[in-house]
Design a protein around this ligand. Structure first.
Ligand code: ATP
Ligand code: MG
Length: 294
C-alpha cells in the first residue's frame, strides 16, 4: 500500500516542472480495490478535519482556501459534501462561481472572488473560481468582449501570461497574510463523464443535474485539457500548488482530497490560544464565583 505522503506528493503538480495531463491516470486508485477498503480512513479523516477546524477557528489568525476546478460531472459537489461532512458550518463557507453578472464584469477579473475569501479562522471553498478566467474564457475567448477591458487587442500569449501572473501574485499575498491555498483539479476521463451524463439522463432523481450546455463544453474537451494543462503549468507554485486528483472513482477522489486537506492543516501546527496572565486570573475568579453559586 502506498503511504499517504507518497500519494499526495505524486499528485502535486511540482512547481517549475512541466506536467502533461496525459501522464496522470484519472482511474488511478492508489492500490485500493474499492470504496469498502477506504471507508474507515475516510471516516477518520472527516474526524481529524473537524478537530483541526476547531483549532483553526480558535486561532482567528489563519484561514484555509480550497479551490475546486473540473469538467462537468467530475464530482466537485460530491467532494465538498463528503470531505466536509463533519465540520462546523459556522467556520466554513462554500461559494459557487457561475457566469458573471454585469456588475462583476464591470470589475477586474479578481474582484468577485476576492470579496468571498475566507476570514481568519475559517475554511473557504471555491466551487469553480477565478481560474474560470483562464479556462472557460480561454476556450471561448469571445467572452472577453463582455469584460470591458482597456485597449483589448486579442487573447495573445502575453495576455494569458499576465492573467497567470496576477493570480500568482494575489495567491502569494494571501499566503503571506495567513491564508493557506490548496487547489484541486478533479481529473475525470471523457469516458467516465459520458457515463455520468447518461446516469443523469436515465435517473429521474438526477435529471435536474443535467444541463444541455454541458454537452457543448464536452465537444471542446481537448481545448479544455490544453487550457487546464497550461493553467497548472503556470500557476502551480510552492505557496499555492495544484493537485491533480484522479476522479473516475469518487471514493478515491474523496480520500485523496481529505488526505491533502488534513495533512495541510496538521502542518500548520495550530494550537489553542494560550490564556494571558490576566485571562488566567479572570478564569480563576469566574470559577470561584460559579462555585459559590452567584
Ligand atoms: P453543477 O453543474 O454541478 O451545478 P457548475 O459549477 O457546472 O455546477 P453551472 O451552473 O452548471 O455550475 O455552470 C456554471 C458555468 O459558469 C460553467 O460553465 C462555468 O464555466 C461558467 N463560468 C464560471 N465562471 C465564469 C467566468 N468568469 N466567465 C464565464 N463563465 C464562467
Ligand atoms: Mg454544470
Amino acid at each position: 500500500m502506498i503511504s499517504t505522503h507518497m500519494k499526495t506528493k505524486s499528485m502535486m503538480a511540482t512547481p517549475g516542472k512541466r506536467i502533461r495531463l496525459k501522464d496522470f491516470d484519472p482511474a488511478f486508485k492508489g492500490g485500493y480495490a474499492s470504496h469498502a477498503h477506504v471507508q474507515s480512513r475516510l471516516k477518520a479523516n472527516v474526524q481529524r478535519l473537524a478537530k483541526y477546524q476547531d483549532l483553526l477557528y480558535s486561532s482567528h489568525t489563519y484561514a484555509l482556501l480550497l479551490v475546486l476546478q473540473a469538467m462537468d460531472a467530475a464530482g466537485k459537489d460530491g467532494t465538498i459534501k463528503h470531505v466536509m461532512s463533519g465540520i462546523n458550518p459556522q467556520g466554513c463557507q462554500v461559494f459557487s462561481f457561475k457566469t458573471p453578472s454585469e456588475r462583476e464584469l464591470s470589475h477586474d477579473f479578481l474582484w468577485r472572488t476576492y470579496c468571498d475569501l475566507p476570514e481568519r479562522g475559517n475554511i473557504g471553498i471555491f466551487n469553480r473560481s477565478l481560474y474560470e478566467e483562464v479556462l472557460v474564457v480561454r476556450v471561448h475567448p469571445e467572452l472577453l468582449k463582455q469584460e470591458h477591458l482597456p485597449e483589448f487587442a486579442g487573447p495573445s500569449k502575453k495576455f494569458w501570461q499576465h492573467r497567470f501572473e496576477s493570480i500568482n501574485d494575489v495567491e502569494r499575498h494571501l499566503v503571506r497574510n495567513g491564508t493557506a491555498v490548496l487547489k484541486f483539479f478533479l481529473h475525470v476521463s471523457k469516458e467516465e463523464q459520458e457515463k455520468r451524463f447518461l446516469e443523469r439522463l436515465n435517473d429521474p432523481g438526477k435529471n435536474w443535474k443535467f444541463s444541455e450546455a454541458d454537452l457543448h463544453e464536452r465537444l471542446r474537451w481537448d481545448d479544455y485539457m490544453a487550457a487546464y494543462e497550461d493553467m497548472i503549468n503556470h500557476t502551480s507554485t510552492a505557496h499555492a500548488p495544484w493537485y491533480i486528483i484522479p476522479a473516475d472513482h469518487k471514493w478515491f477522489t474523496h480520500l485523496t482530497v481529505s488526505n491533502i486537506v488534513v495533512d495541510t492543516l496538521k502542518k500548520m501546527n495550530l494550537k489553542y490560544p494560550t490564556p494571558t496572565n490576566a485571562q488566567r486570573a479572570q478564569i480563576a475568579l469566574a470559577k470561584e464565583a460559579l462555585q459559590r453559586g452567584r
